[in-house]
Design a protein. Structure first.
Length: 341
């Protein structure tokens, strides 16, 4: 790596400290560098809070002249008034020697305008250092800004002979993955803005769908129940926010919100979630719901947790063709990651 890449890599590293708290905003890291030495660091810490550039500037020691610094930032500085003023204006005022940007901001309100404002103001700007890695850092944000749909992660557990659920009359335990991997699953929940399941999963498993084995906020719960067969007495309705997509009713109550969708189709539901500012959805089941996302090709990533247990019977897991981008062994499970394209 050359020195620009090393500094942008550090921006990416510190940006990730905001992972659980910035959504739907992107994670962003910024450095001020003087004569090849980092003199201050900042990252976007929470949604609605100040941007990485502002935080880095605020921690610049008073004796350091910003005009003697180069600024590194993993995402193009913003150029419009959102919840905070434009970072490009701040940088123009500070007049750094150079601004090095990891990747352009896909937000149509920025999308090159931040870089252009800096160049027009006579600041030297370099764009695209570790571009792919910077874009990957914010894969949810990029998907949502470019396609007006949230990033969809499918996640399921299967036995080593590919069963995903017990038959409905079975009394045997339906837990498949290693208990020690529950914290991994809860990290996934915490890193998505919403968690989505079908009504059968609620009615049969009575899951909480919260984050309790790791740090982070509970995701918004999304339940697909076209005919409103979901049992509203189940425990997930006792806390937090739950959206129930259905064919017939719109209603808001203390514990849930019914949303009628017409036509009742996954793409319409995802688009509705995007309009609500939800940029990432974790689909946790069951079989029919996951299969529907696969069939409609409305997914971005699939994570399969395969245990070393074998069942004699049950209901088969969806089939996913393709080669995983990563497989790792975690306790008694193998976890495989697939990207759609
Ligand atoms: C930056 N640095 O640290 C972040 C940026 O509503 P606001 O003011 O917080 O603006 C949110 C938008 O700003 C977001 O959609 C994205 O385009 C950009 N995020 N930009 O220069 C940052 N978080
Ligand atoms: Zn900004």
């Amino acid at each position: 790596m050359n020195s620009d890449e090393i500094f942008i890599d550090r921006c990416i590293e510190i940006a990730q400290k905001g992972k659980l708290y910035v959504a739907p905003n992107p994670m962003v890291g910024c450095l001020f560098v003087q004569d090849g030495v980092i003199v201050s660091e900042g990252y976007h810490q929470k949604f609605g809070g100040s941007h990485a550039e502002v935080n880095a500037y605020n921690s610049l020691p008073s004796e350091v002249d910003p005009q003697s610094c180069e600024v590194y930032v993993s995402l193009e500085p913003c150029s419009y008034h959102g919840k905070t003023p434009p970072c490009a204006d701040l940088l123009i005022k500070l007049k750094p020697k150079r601004v090095v940007v990891g990747c352009l901001d896909p937000n149509p309100k920025v999308s090159g305008a931040g870089v252009k404002t800096l160049i027009d103001a006579g600041i030297e700007v370099i764009v695209g250092v570790l571009r792919e890695k910077c874009e990957l850092l914010n894969k949810y944000f990029f998907k949502a800004q470019k396609h007006n749909l949230p990033y969809v992660t499918l996640k399921w557990a299967q036995t080593n002979n590919k069963f995903m659920a017990r038959e409905s009359d079975s009394l045997e335990s339906s837990k498949i993955s290693d208990l020690r991997n529950d914290s991994f699953v809860h990290q996934l929940r915490a890193s998505h803005q919403a968690i989505l399941v079908g009504a059968n999963t609620i009615n049969i498993d009575d899951p909480l769908l919260d984050v309790r084995y790791s740090e982070g906020n509970n995701p918004i719960k999304v339940i697909l129940s076209p005919d409103l067969s979901v049992d509203f007495e189940k425990q997930t309705f006792n806390f937090g926010k739950t959206l129930v997509f259905n064919k017939t009713d719109n209603k808001e109550s203390a514990n849930y919100q019914l949303i009628q969708t017409n036509p009742y189709a996954l793409e319409i539901i995802l688009s509705n979630l995007f309009e609500r500012g939800i940029y990432s959805v974790l689909v946790e089941g069951g079989i029919q719901v996951i299969q529907a996302f696969l069939d409609a090709e409305l997914w971005d990533e699939a994570i399969i947790i395969e245990s070393n247990k074998s069942w004699n019977n049950g209901r088969k897991a969806p089939k996913l063709n393709g080669i995983p981008s990563l497989v790792h062994q975690a306790y008694d499970d193998n976890i495989s990651f697939f990207n759609k394209s």
